[in-house]
Design a protein around this ligand. Structure first.
Ligand SMILES: NC(=O)c1ccc[n+]([C@@H]2O[C@H](COP(=O)([O-])OP(=O)(O)OC[C@H]3O[C@@H](n4cnc5c(N)ncnc54)[C@H](OP(=O)(O)O)[C@@H]3O)[C@@H](O)[C@H]2O)c1
Length: 286
């Protein structure tokens, strides 16, 4: 029996893992401990140490994060505490307990200046505090641990929590016209697809530790993403394409953050779904 901790289990990825876990055929082989921020605050080192000592986890899937990209520009300390300092504690506790850490990171570690898909080896250069703190978290894990998986992903959405898909569905019902930026390009990623990859790593007992890029296949701008959402839901809201400079935000976002997924596909024998296909799957589940 493998004991598996999921931190931040009430976030969209945490909830997506809970859903996918329910569909597992051999789930009696696993003992999943889904813990939200109230049950286990990852910044509370003492609680984390006690929890690990009590439950003897083989895996820790860290879905806990400070994800408010713009607010992070104002709350730098808080973002740092959750995305880097708490990750440092988690990594130390994982090491002491021989727990494998599966950690999630982001395309926001890149500047987005280079218009080619980013490999795991590409130079990192975050444009804002959120990306900076997430990058620190990655670096700390790599310094402390050898048995870790870091999965960088992008533009996560799901039927759970707050995300671009749900915002568009709400605004599309309320308004006749919306303006959406078309000069930021990346790949939307259905959190359930990422959850399946995480479970595959655990089920297959993978020893291929390291850093990986995972998103859905294909490329889109936020404008394309919005159009696809409205088409799939038959919403008649008119979408106007605008430049990022016409929609100022506190945090600068990468203009191009498409992730190169060759490594993850080869190592885990994955066929990654095209983003529009996954979007339809998610919308069907809403
Ligand atoms: N969302 C995206 O577009 C995106 C893109 C790329 C990468 N990622 C990464 O993917 C991962 C999952 O993201 P997500 O979209 O699922 O995020 P999310 O929906 O914002 O969930 C994050 C969860 O972390 C919890 N949390 C915050 N501080 C905590 C703490 N101190 N202790 C324990 N839990 C805490 C939050 O709980 P409370 O709500 O109770 O605070 C929340 O449930 C994150 O690492 C994120 O950086 C996300």
């Amino acid at each position: 029996m493998k004991n598996i901790l999921i931190t931040g289990s009430n976030g969209q990825l945490g909830q997506s893992i809970q859903k996918e876990y329910q569909n597992l055929l051999n789930k009696e082989q696993f003992n999943f401990f889904f813990k939200d921020s109230a049950e286990l605050d990852i910044t509370d080192t003492k609680s984390v140490i006690e929890d690990f000592q009590k439950n003897k986890y083989q895996y820790c899937i860290n879905c806990a994060a400070y994800t408010a990209v713009d607010q992070a520009e104002i709350e730098k300390e808080k973002a740092l505490a959750i995305n880097a300092e708490a990750v440092s504690n988690l990594a130390e506790v994982c090491k002491a307990n021989q727990t494998i850490l599966i950690h999630i990171s982001t395309d926001f570690v890149f500047s987005g200046i280079k218009p080619f898909p980013y490999k795991e080896t590409a130079k990192t250069q975050p444009a804002g505090i959120y990306g900076e703190t997430k990058l620190k978290g990655e670096q700390i894990i790599q310094q402390h641990l050898s048995r870790y998986f870091i999965l960088r992903t992008s533009w996560l959405y799901s039927e759970f929590g707050n995300n671009f898909l749900k915002t568009m569905l709400r605004l599309g019902q309320e308004r006749e016209e919306l303006s959406v930026v078309f000069d930021q390009v990346g790949t939307p990623t259905y959190a359930r697809d990422l959850a399946q990859v995480i479970l595959k790593i655990i089920i297959t007992n993978s020893n291929d530790f390291g850093l990986y890029h995972y998103s859905n296949e294909g490329v889109a701008s936020w404008y394309d993403f919005a159009i696809a959402i409205f088409e799939k839901k038959n919403i008649t809201c008119n979408v106007k394409s605008i430049l990022s400079e016409e929609y100022p935000t506190l945090a600068k976002r990468p203009a191009f953050s498409v992730l190169d997924k060759q490594k993850v596909k080869a190592v885990f024998s994955l066929e990654i779904p095209y983003w529009q296909k996954s979007l339809k799957n998610c919308i069907d589940k809403l």
